[in-house]
Every structure is written in structure tokens, then in C-alpha cells.
Design a protein. Structure first.
Lengths: 228, 872
């Protein structure tokens, strides 16, 4: 209690295992909120976390590095919460379902600018009118990511792009011709037969056939596969 | 008392009230979708949210938040409206919006709120809900696509009706209301769920596509079936009744109804109604004009009166005539014919409150404040379902303790702390045993007994024999159970004893009522609301018919015929001498007809050939009558024997009043013009009198009531000018605190001997219980096809063990015979039936249970044989 998030994440936790930059911490279990690194000076106590849009909740923390998409994180927790809703009161039963649907639309490239105020509005109502703690806190993942990571929502909605490269419908895999040695490892690994190319020549991914599984990127020794 | 501020208004409200209730008191409306005053708060829809200054940062549901001292509440703000609109949008996403063909259209809360909040477009989209519609359930249609999951159907069925047919199944977004395994309804079919559903998810199948809600005209009147006297509204369109609704303002029922009240009105519009007078010519009933028919009646009655004296004429009337009509009927017999031979089915069943009960009736609403109930010889949940709802609420919502004594494991036994399955016909021993235990254990209310009763010593003496072991032998109830029940009963502060009377519960009502009164009095259960004995007559005006003197020994009031000044007052008012000799009861009239001393009988709405015990005997007796006139809605078996049949108007076709079991006089309003050439019973009585050369006065119900009020002190304050939908609680019922009070007459404790039921014989090993089912009342309800769609025919209810011993399986045809008669019937094996006894409802023409019964005996003994193919 009272220890800063910085201390918990970096000093006690030792930062990201893969050495990547840390992006956010999600506290309080599924219905907690996501706090950006800029808030890591906050102490871990009830009021401070609550005021910042999260909570202590279960006491759990999920630390996320730059490879995490915050919209996807919100979607993930909403899915969990939708399963958990008992269905008694209207805002929780139907509100979570709608928030999930809108976020899903956003992560799949169907997002529209008006979705942001709509999400905000709906999340407010669900928070204020739900019957029990589950519904009252269920909007936290949405509200906190909207608050701290608006640019990620913008990228998904306006540029149809997932900056972290997580939301499959929004990303494309391509071969960087400069880096490609034409070894053919990716070609053999691709389960969908989406890659073509001659030995020692730069290979090409057919976006029509690519299933965005990412196996090629894992196989490539020269990091020639790019995600955009 | 709590003081709070709502919308800048100072509001004072009682402790425990919710914000919603406090606002309602102050005339501030807060919208709701899942709240109902009859139900426990649920808090699911969140439409009712308000802002409370002391609970900043969130919106508070007003329906489930208690008002507290100093609260500052706002019921409307931009934020509140935004939340309400969002909730409505959410509800409308999957809703089919099939308002154009939804029968709730115009009365739908979702529709009204959507309109009120101007939710004209929805920011959210999804597929429309697509559950299959349940068209299989009788009377109630279920379309869960329209459901808003307010849970009111589930709660009303559980908390009020006590049937627990619905539940919410699944969870989260897949939550829906369902029966077990989603089968069609198999329940009490009261329609309370359909009625309370704020949307068109549950609808009344009888009303389906009959009318838009705004097209109907509602006429408020009273249910014609049982003596609960539920206030109803009949919705009319194009001169037809399209549905019945409970009247929310009704004091007896507060908007609730049972299957009979909600779905049973159809008989009124039945094609089988008699619409013209019939006169027997050459042995056949032939249509005739009113003049001919009235002439024939006058001649028939006059001839008998002249040849054999007025004592050879008798009248039996239905306990469904209005007060005014019952009054005119007995006046016709007493003042015009000159005989006291007038009775209604009271001769069999209603003696309890006409002669046995010294306590004033209880008010139904007060039952909800009782903490003890003793329900004995009363399947109140079936005979008077809406009174049963009150008991359910007291027990299930408020924690009252319930003792049920009944040979059958009736519905209330499920909620009872103590269930006593006594041998049939031993109620008196059981009640006396309870009183004995209370007195020997010193559990009585000594102060009350000393101050307000008389006769305790005699009572004690008479109860000496009713020790637990004696009672155990008589009733089959283990001594320790009796003692436990006695202690439980005596430990309450407000106890009601509930007893039913009627064809469904024949027996020694007067003695039973006395024993019950004794038990109530020794425990101090009199003179306070909700405490005492509730004696429930069978039919809509069972109580009123006795009050109106449609019985042989009472004049309107009821006042004792035997008293000279009473007789004189009536003689003066009517301008006719009144015989001092009490008239004959139902049984005596039938016996008289058989022996030839009764030669003419006037049956007004009464159908003894179907409803009274021992059909064969009654038929023989009626066959000997020189003249039988039957005034009826239908060509009943009794009417078929008549010399003249006079077609009468139904309850929906007339004005008048009924008096219910709590002593509430309620107004019937005419909804339909009389069918065909029918006339109201009141008019017919006056016209018959006229044909006999006498004037009965006006048949205008208001004028008749004025006459009644002038002659019957209890009805003194009853006037059509002041009767509202709440009715008028009769003076002794209203002054129930008065009798036995300081200086007033004391309550009498009256000793009663045990009446031992006959022991079963080897030849007839089973006891036959003849009674009413939930679905029917009297014989009238068998003319309603909606009711018959769920309960078409009498069945023999038999215990599984007995059935096994006789090798009877469910739906087998069996032959039941008694010393009096025999019938074949379908068997229904049912665990609630006690071993050694079988049950047959009596409403039906065939198989007619009353063919087996004998008027001379309290108990009918029968034998049961399985019908094999060859014996068929
Ligand atoms: S009709 Fe009555 S008993 Fe049947 S489910 Fe509805 S409320 Fe329950
Ligand atoms: S069926 Fe009607 S009463 Fe029942 S939960 Fe749905 S909306 Fe409410
Ligand atoms: S039959 Fe009785 S309980 Fe049912 S609606 Fe009519 S008066 Fe009420
Ligand atoms: S009426 Fe209060 S939550 Fe539904």
C-alpha cells in the first residue's frame, strides 16, 4: 500500500522480461482500468487508483509492453465481463454487450468517429446505473483506455491501423525486399500457401491468401517480415 | 416518520418507504418498468434512477432505495434523462418493435416510456431477437422477443399466486423467462403474469386481436363467481366483452384475479343462453311470450296456493342473485305468496355464518398483517384464490406462520410450518383439541377471556374429553403434532382462522364455525384487524343472500324472523302479514316435494339437480311437483324439468350489488344489454308479483337498495349515490372492534360436541370428498369455454398407494359407487390426495359427483372398481 507503481513494476518486477518498453499496467482484475506509464508515479492505494480511473480490486496487476494494443485489451476484458454478467439489470446485461460490439467493430476496421462519444456515453450510463459492482465497474477497461490511449482508438478508426499490430483485420504482413535473403523458410512454413518466391530472390506475400497467423514472421531469421 | 426533500418539495413519509413511494405520496411520478406495489423491490430495469445529494457520483434506483431522513432527491436532470434514454435504447435494440400487431399496444410501458422520452432513433444496432413464440400454452401467450426481463411475471407468480411457474433461466445476455424445460404452461392460469407484464411478452389469448386498448370501453363491476368479490373491469367492444381486468382500486382484490374472474366471463355471451321464455305445452318446453309465461307462472302458483295453502309453495334462489334480487325474491315469497319457504344453497352450507358465527367478518387486506393462520376445511387457494393470494403474501413475503389442516395436501400445505392431515370430517374434534391444549397448557389470553367473553367454564368442561390422545384417535393427528400446532397458534399476536363453506365443503358449518370462534376468542383473536375467523361462502353473493333473508328463518338484515318486533316492522313496510313459523330449508323443501307437501317450487338461478347432493332423490322429488318454475341463464337439468322457464339476465347485463365474505357491498354495473328477451331477475320477480295481482315495488336496483337500507340496520348506510368502486364495508364489519368491548355484549363461548364421522364399511371403503377445483365455481363456470380449455371434465383424484392396490393407472376409467348412486370417471393419480379418501369436483353435469352424495350424511362412502374392457 502506498508503494508507487514505478517501484512495483520496475524495481520489484524488474520491467519487461523481453526488455521491451512498458506501455501500461492494468490493475484490479478484469473490471479494473489501464494506466499508462505516465501515471506510474501514483501510489497503489484505493483513492489514487480510483481517481485515475482504475481500482485496487483483486489486487492483481497485468503489465503490458509496447506490443499490446489497448483497444484489444479493452475488448478482451469486455468479453470476460460479458460472460460474467448475471443478466438481471438492463445496463449491465445489454450495455456490456453493446460496448463489446462497438469495440469489436473498431478492432475490425468498422469503427466510425461517432463510436467514441457513443462508447463514452454508454460506459457512463452503465457505470452509473448498474445494479451491482460488476456492472458499475465493467466500463473501466473502456473508459480508462479511452482516457489514456485515445490515439490508439484514433488510429483504429481513422487510419484503419492497429499501431501495436495486434488487431488482425487491420494489419498486413509483407516481406521487406531489402532484408529478404530468399531462404524460403517462410514459404515452407506458411500454412496457407500465401508466400511465393524463387530461391535467393525476395519473396512476396499475397495479401488475399494471407491469414495473418504470423508464422512467417516467427520463422524468418532476418526479420524481413513486416507488420503494418 | 421520515422527512426528505424531493424536487425541492418537503415530503413526509412512513419509515421503510422507498424513495419511489415517498415521491408517489407527494404526487411526483418516477417512471418504472420492474416495480409493482404488490411485489418486493427488484431493481432490474434502472429506469427509476434519481439523483440523491448524499450519494453523489452515481444514480440511485428509487424503487429499491429506502428514503432516509434529510435526503435531498432530484427525480429529473439532464443526466437522469440521458441514463433513462440510454436504458430505453438498450431495451429497444433486440425488441421486435412489432407494436402494430401487439395486443399490449397502447398499454405497453415500454411503448409509453419510449414516447415520453422521445427515443425516436437508436444509436445501437443488433439483430432482432428471434425466440419461437409459445402458442401452445392455454390462455396466456408468450413471446419472449418482447420481454424486457423485468421479472414481474416470475415474482407475481411466486410471491402472490404461489404457483412459481416461471423462472429466469440462463444468464447474462441469454437470460430469458421460461417454465421448466420451456414446456407450455401447466399452472393455475390466473393470468396474473400476463396482466402484470409491462410489455407484450405475455398476453391474454382471449383478448388476442380483439381490440386495440384504446378502443374499448371499460365497465366496472364485480366478479360473479366466488365470495371474494373481486372488483373487475369488463372491456367492451362492439357490444361484446373482450376481456376482464382486475380493478386496481378494488378493495377486496387490489387488481388481482383468479382464472375464473379473468377468463370465466364467457358464459355471458354463450350461444346456449336461453333467450326466450319457455312454457311446457303437451309435455315439451315451447317458446312463449313473456305475457304467456308470466300468466302461466301466476296460474301455477295461485292454483297450488289456493288448493294447498301458501306452505305448499317454496322458493330456492341462487347465491349469485344480487342483494336487490335476493331481497325481492324472499319478499315475493313472504309478502305475496305468504310463505317463509325460501332458501338458497345456504340450507346445505351457509349455516355457518348465519347461525354459528358470533364474530364479525375479517377484512381481506388485514390478512396481510396476520402473523398466524389456521386454514381448516378450506382449500382457500382454490375456492377463493384471491384470498389465498393474501395468505401467500403474508406467509411468503412477511413471514407469517401457517397451520394447514386438511385431509388433502392442498397447495397451502407447501408453505405451512405445520400441516395436519386429519381424517376427513374430523375438523371439529381437531379444533376442540387445539382449544383443549391451549387451555390446559395455560396458553390462552386470560385477560381477554375474562374481560370480553362469557362461558369459559362451560367451555372448559365441554372440552375435557379432547385430550391429545382422544383427538389422535378421532382425527389421526399425532398428539405431539396437535400440541405443537396449538402452541404455534397461541403464540401469535394476530391470528386468522380460515374456513370455506359451500357445495364444495359440505359439513356441519354451524358447529365448525362455533369451534373456530371459541379458539379465536380464548386466544384473544377478536376485535383487532386481521384477527378472528374468516368464513368464506362459496358464491359471489352467498353472504348477501343470507343478509337479504333468502333463508327460511331470517328476514333481511339478517334479523331473526322469530322476533315479533322484527316481523312487525316488515309486515308494516310490506303491507302483508308474515308467518312466525320459520320456513323450510333446502333439504326440507326437497323432502317436502318428495312427500307431496311441497307442490310448487320457484327456482331462481338455483340448479339443485346438478349442484345438490343426491341427484336421484332430487329428481324424483321434482318429478312429483305440481308446478316448477325455473328462472335461468341456461337450460340446466333443473330447467329441463320445469313447467315454465323464465330467461334471466346475467351479472354483466344488470345493475345491483353483491356482498362479499368480508361484508363489503359492491356495485355491479350493467355492461351489456340483456341477451335476447331476457330480463333481470329483479324485473321478473316484480312482474310475477304483478301477475299475481300484487305490487313488489320498483325493480330499479337503487330504489330496492333504498328499501333494504330502510329495513335492515346493517345496510342502513348503503346507498347507490355513495357507493364507489371500493364498495361499502358493512357496519358490523367496520365496527369490528365494538362487540365485546367495555360495556357492550360479550362474545359467547359455545361448547360443541364432537360429531364422529361414520366409519368406513367393508362394502364402501373410501371416503368421497366432493369439492371445488381451482378452475371452477359452482356449475356456471362449466359454460365458459376458456375455463373448460384447461379443466374440461371431472376427474377422480386418488392417492398413488390406493391406486396401486386397486391396479388403477392414470387416466384409467373407474366405476365409483355409493349407497346412493354410481358413475364412471377418469382417474387421476395424485400424491396430494390422502390415502383412503378420493376427491371428485362437483361442478360438472357428467360425471356428476352429486349423484353419489347423500344429503342425510356428512360423509359419503364409496367403493371404486377398475373398469376393464369387458365390463365396459
Ligand atoms: S397464469 Fe398465474 S399461475 Fe400461471 S404462470 Fe401466470 S401467474 Fe403463474
Ligand atoms: S415476460 Fe413480461 S413480466 Fe415477464 S420478465 Fe418479461 S417483460 Fe417482465
Ligand atoms: S372467482 Fe373469486 S377469487 Fe376469482 S376472480 Fe372471481 S371473486 Fe376473485
Ligand atoms: S423500477 Fe426501479 S429498477 Fe426497475
Amino acid at each position: 500500500m502506498g508503494t508507487s507503481l514505478n517501484t512495483v513494476v520496475f524495481d520489484i518486477g524488474g520491467g519487461a522480461a523481453n526488455g521491451e518498453a512498458i506501455k501500461a499496467v492494468q490493475t484490479g482484475g478484469p473490471s479494473g482500468g489501464c494506466l499508462p506509464v505516465s501515471k506510474f508515479n501514483l501510489p497503489v492505494d484505493f483513492d489514487a487508483l480510483y481517481d485515475a480511473g482504475s481500482m485496487i480490486g483483486s489486487g492483481g496487476m497485468v503489465v503490458m509492453d509496447e506490443s499490446t494494443c489497448m483497444v484489444d485489451v479493452a475488448k478482451y476484458f469486455l468479453q470476460f465481463l460479458q460472460d460474467e454478467s448475471c443478466g438481471k439489470c438492463v445496463p449491465c446485461r445489454l450495455g456490456i454487450d453493446r460496448m463489446l460490439e462497438i469495440i469489436t467493430d473498431i478492432t475490425e476496421g468498422r469503427g466510425k468517429p461517432e463510436h467514441i462519444p457513443l462508447l463514452q456515453d454508454l460506459a457512463d450510463t452503465v457505470q452509473q446505473t448498474s445494479l451491482c459492482g460488476l456492472g458499475k465497474t465493467a466500463p473501466n477497461p473502456v473508459l480508462s483506455t479511452l482516457r489514456y490511449f485515445p490515439e490508439e482508438y484514433d488510429a483504429h478508426i481513422h487510419q484503419k491501423r492497429c499501431p501495436a499490430g495486434v488487431c488482425k483485420p487491420l494489419i498486413t504482413y509483407a516481406v521487406d525486399a531489402e532484408q529478404c535473403k530468399g531462404c524460403g523458410l517462410c514459404l515452407t512454413a506458411c500454412p496457407h500457401g500465401a508466400i511465393t518466391g524463387e530461391k535467393k530472390q525476395a519473396h512476396v506475400i499475397d495479401p488475399q491468401l494471407c491469414n495473418k497467423c504470423g508464422i512467417c514472421a516467427d520463422e524468418c531469421k532476418t526479420h524481413a517480415i513486416t507488420v503494418n | 416518520m421520515i422527512r426528505l426533500t424531493i424536487d425541492n418539495k418537503e415530503v413526509v413519509t412512513e419509515d421503510g418507504a422507498t424513495i419511489l413511494e415517498a415521491a408517489a405520496r407527494a404526487g411526483i411520478r418516477i417512471p418504472t418498468l420492474c416495480y409493482h406495489e404488490k411485489l418486493q423491490p427488484f431493481g432490474a430495469c434502472r429506469i427509476c434512477v434519481v439523483e440523491v445529494e448524499q450519494m453523489k457520483g452515481r444514480l440511485t434506483p428509487s424503487c429499491s432505495t429506502p428514503a432516509t431522513e434529510g435526503m435531498v432527491v432530484r427525480t429529473s436532470s439532464e443526466q437522469i434523462i440521458k441514463a433513462r434514454k440510454t436504458v430505453l435504447e438498450l431495451l429497444l435494440i433486440q425488441h421486435p418493435l412489432d407494436c402494430p400487431w401487439c395486443d399490449k399496444g397502447g398499454e405497453c410501458q415500454l411503448q409509453n416510456l419510449t414516447y415520453e422520452y422521445g427515443v425516436s432513433r437508436n444509436r445501437f444496432k443488433d439483430k432482432k431477437s428471434d425466440h419461437p413464440v409459445d402458442y401452445l400454452s392455454p390462455l396466456v401467450e408468450r413471446n419472449t422477443n418482447r420481454c424486457v426481463l423485468c421479472g414481474m411475471c416470475v415474482r407475481v407468480c411466486d410471491e402472490v399466486v404461489g404457483a412459481s411457474e416461471w423462472s429466469m433461466v440462463n444468464r447474462g445476455i441469454s437470460t430469458k423467462i421460461a417454465t421448466d424445460f420451456d414446456r407450455p404452461l401447466n399452472c393455475e392460469f390466473c393470468g396474473e403474469c400476463e396482466n402484470i407484464c409491462p410489455v407484450g411478452a405475455l398476453t391474454n389469448r382471449m383478448f388476442k386481436f380483439k381490440a386495440r386498448a384504446w378502443e374499448v370501453e371499460n365497465v366496472s363491476t364485480v366478479c360473479s363467481f366466488c365470495s371474494t368479490g373481486c372488483a373487475i373491469k369488463l372491456s367492451l367492444k362492439d357490444g361484446r366483452i373482450v376481456r376482464a381486468l382486475g380493478e386496481e382500486e378494488g378493495a377486496a382484490n387490489q387488481g388481482s384475479l383468479c382464472i375464473k374472474g379473468r377468463f370465466g366471463y364467457e358464459y355471458v355471451m354463450s350461444g346456449e343462453r336461453i333467450s326466450r321464455p319457455l312454457v311446457r305445452k303437451n309435455g315439451t318446453l315451447t317458446p312463449a311470450t313473456w305475457e304467456e309465461a308470466l300468466q302461466a307462472v301466476a296460474e301455477g302458483l295461485k292454483a297450488v296456493k289456493e288448493q294447498a295453502g301458501p306452505g305448499a309453495v317454496a322458493g330456492l334462489c341462487s347465491a349469485r342473485l344480487t342483494n336487490e334480487e335476493a331481497y325481492l325474491f324472499q319478499k315475493l315469497l313472504r309478502a305475496v305468496i305468504g310463505t317463509n319457504n325460501v332458501d338458497n344453497s345456504g340450507g346445505y352450507a351457509h349455516r355457518g355464518y348465519s347461525s354459528g358465527l358470533s364474530l364479525p367478518p375479517l377484512e381481506f387486506k388485514d390478512l396481510q398483517s396476520c402473523d398466524r393462520f389456521l386454514v381448516i376445511r378450506s382449500n382457500v387457494s382454490e375456492t377463493h384464490p384471491v384470498v389465498g393470494y393474501r395468505v401467500n403474501v403474508a406467509v411468503k413475503q412477511k413471514g407469517a406462520q401457517l397451520i394447514v389442516a386438511d385431509p388433502r395436501r392442498i397447495k397451502l400445505a407447501r408453505f405451512a410450518q405445520t400441516y395436519l392431515a386429519h381424517k376427513p370430517g374430523t375438523e371439529i374434534a381437531l379444533l376442540n383439541g387445539l382449544a383443549h391444549t391451549i387451555l390446559t397448557e395455560g396458553l390462552e389470553n386470560r385477560e381477554f377471556v375474562a374481560a370480553r367473553t362469557e362461558g369459559i367454564e362451560e367451555l372448559k368442561k365441554s372440552l375435557v374429553q379432547f385430550t391429545p390422545s382422544f383427538v389422535e384417535q378421532a382425527t389421526g393427528i399425532a398428539g405431539k403434532d396437535l400440541v405443537e400446532a396449538a402452541r404455534r397458534f397461541a403464540s401469535g399476536t394476530r391470528a386468522a382462522i380460515i374456513i370455506s363453506a359451500g357445495m364444495g365443503f359440505p359439513g356441519d358449518d354451524a358447529a365448525l364455525a362455533r369451534c373456530a370462534a371459541n379458539l379465536a376468542l380464548i386466544t384473544g383473536n377478536a376485535g383487532k384487524p386481521g384477527a378472528g375467523v374468516l368464513f368464506l361462502g362459496e358464491k359471489s353473493n352467498s353472504h348477501g343472500s343470507v343478509d337479504m333473508g333468502a333463508v327460511p328463518d331470517l328476514l333481511p338484515g339478517p334479523q331473526e324472523l322469530a322476533k315479533d318486533p322484527v316481523r312487525q316492522a316488515f309486515a308494516k313496510a310490506w303491507g302483508a302479514a308474515i308467518a312466525a313459523e320459520p320456513g323450510l330449508t333446502c333439504e326440507q323443501i326437497i323432502a317436502g316435494a318428495e312427500q307431496g307437501s311441497i307442490k310448487a317450487l320457484y327456482c331462481a338461478g338455483e340448479n339443485p339437480l346438478q349442484a345438490y347432493p343426491d341427484t336421484k332423490k332430487t329428481k324424483t322429488a321434482f318429478g312429483k311437483l305440481q308446478f316448477l318454475v325455473v328462472q335461468e341463464l341456461f337450460l340446466t337439468p333443473t330447467a329441463q324439468m320445469a313447467h315454465v322457464v323464465l330467461p334471466a339476465a346475467s351479472f354483466a347485463e344488470k345493475d345491483g350489488t353483491y356482498t362479499n365474505a368480508e361484508g363489503r357491498v359492491q356495485r355491479l354495473h350493467q355492461a351489456l344489454p340483456p341477451c335476447g328477451e331476457t330480463k333481470t331477475d329483479a324485473e321478473i320477480f316484480c312482474r310475477v308479483a304483478k301477475a299475481l295481482g300484487k305490487d313488489l315495488g320498483s325493480w330499479n336496483p337503487a330504489a330496492v337498495m333504498a328499501e333494504i337500507a330502510s329495513l335492515a340496520p346493517r345496510y342502513h348506510a348503503v346507498s347507490y349515490a355513495t357507493l364507489t368502486v371500493k364498495g361499502h364495508l358493512l357496519s358490523d364489519a367496520a365496527d369490528r372492534e365494538a362487540p365485546g368491548a367495555e360495556g357492550a355484549a360479550r362474545f359467547s363461548l359455545l361448547p360443541v360436541d364432537v360429531i364422529a364421522p361414520e366409519a368406513p364399511s367393508a362394502e364402501f371403503p373410501f371416503t368421497l370428498l366432493i369439492g371445488s377445483t381451482l378452475f371452477h365455481c359452482g356449475t356456471l363456470s362449466t359454460r365458459s369455454s376458456a375455463i373448460c380449455s384447461v379443466y374440461p371434465q371431472a376427474r377422480l383424484e386418488i392417492n398413488p398407494g390406493d391406486a396401486r392396490a386397486l391396479d388403477i393407472r392414470d387416466n384409467d376409467t373407474v366405476q365409483v359407487s355409493s349407497a346412493t348412486g354410481a358413475l364412471t370417471i377418469t382417474a387421476k393419480i395424485i400424491a396430494r390426495q390422502s390415502p383412503g379418501a378420493v376427491f371428485i369436483p362437483y361442478h360438472f353435469l357428467s360425471p356428476a359427483a352429486q349423484e353419489l352424495a347423500s344429503a342425510a350424511q356428512l360423509q359419503t362412502r364409496v367403493k371404486i372398481e377398475k373398469r376393464t374392457e369387458t365390463s365396459l
